[in-house]
Design a protein around this ligand. Structure first.
Ligand SMILES: Nc1ncnc2c1ncn2[C@@H]1O[C@H](COP(=O)(O)OP(=O)(O)O)[C@@H](O)[C@H]1O
Ligand SMILES: [Mg+2]
Length: 240
């Protein structure tokens, strides 16, 4: 589902190697935690996977497609339909209500307002926020905002969800609630999840933990065996 082949990302005339010849394969439905000190390349890795940034060398394949080789339109479409993204700071638009924020990706590809908002409301219900649909972000708690952001990221039911410290701005109880929501959604949609976190507890919700340092994967740890992912991998080589 996600494949990095010898991926490097170098900034500023080669002075900063944010990521250095990283090779990685993540199968459909696998949940992977990315840990490492500040500046180790975690966000760079996520940005490359969602096509917000291009590698300096190597290739990033999403479901078999080399994103860097796509033109802007195709890249935007692939990102919208295959990769949902959530951030530590939620990144909601302050002037829009919850249902408007969640329906925005659909509106951006010309889905009619009524249909877009109906689908958004369904997803808000799914994350337990149906009753807050007409609230703006400043009328919501941190945990509620993150639920809105998750609903928005999942509006296309993408096979991949990238999360950059999704519980970083939440108290520990709310963080736990968000993690168990992600567990539920993973069960329901078999979403592949790649999550940056500083929290060992959060990482234990995943199947595998990658530890980054200075742009290298210095350690990989299997938290639990993913029977399903292993099974998929065994007969999905042509398509992943
Ligand atoms: N746009 C950029 N220009 C220059 N250097 C950058 C840029 N983005 C990230 N870096 C550098 O790349 C390294 C990795 O950054 P990042 O991936 O954001 O780390 P992390 O998310 O693990 O904290 C850091 O040294 C950072 O300063
Ligand atoms: Mg970061």
């Amino acid at each position: 589902m996600i494949r990095l082949n010898n991926v490097s990302r170098v900034y500023g005339d080669g002075k900063v190697a944010a990521l250095q010849t990283v090779t990685l394969h993540i199968t459909r439905g696998e949940r992977v935690a990315v840990m490492g000190p500040s500046g180790s390349g975690k966000s760079t890795m996520l940005n490359l996977i969602c096509g917000l940034d291009d590698p300096s060398s190597g290739e990033v394949l999403i479901d078999g497609t080399d994103i860097a080789a796509l033109d802007d339109d195709r890249r935007t479409r692939l990102r919208r339909e295959k990769v949902g993204m959530i951030f530590q700071t939620f990144n909601l638009l302050a002037t829009l209500t919850a249902v408007e924020n969640v329906s925005l990706p659909l509106r951006l590809q010309n889905t009619a307002k009524r249909e877009a908002e109906a689908r958004a409301l369904k997803m808000l219900n799914r994350v337990g926020l149906g009753e807050r649909a007409t609230h703006r972000p400043d009328q919501l708690s941190g945990g509620e905002r993150q639920r809105v952001a998750i609903a928005r990221a999942l509006i296309f039911e993408p096979p991949i969800l990238l999360a950059d410290e999704p519980t970083g701005n939440l108290d520990s109880k709310t963080g736990e609630e968000i993690l168990s929501l992600l567990d539920d959604l993973h069960r329901e949609f078999n979403t592949t999840i790649l999550m940056v976190t500083h929290n060992e507890e959060a990482a234990r919700h995943c199947d595998r933990i990658l530890r980054l340092r200075d742009g290298h994967i210095i350690k990989e740890e299997l938290v639990r065996k993913v029977a399903q992912a292993a099974e998929l991998a065994s007969h999905a080589h042509a398509t992943d």
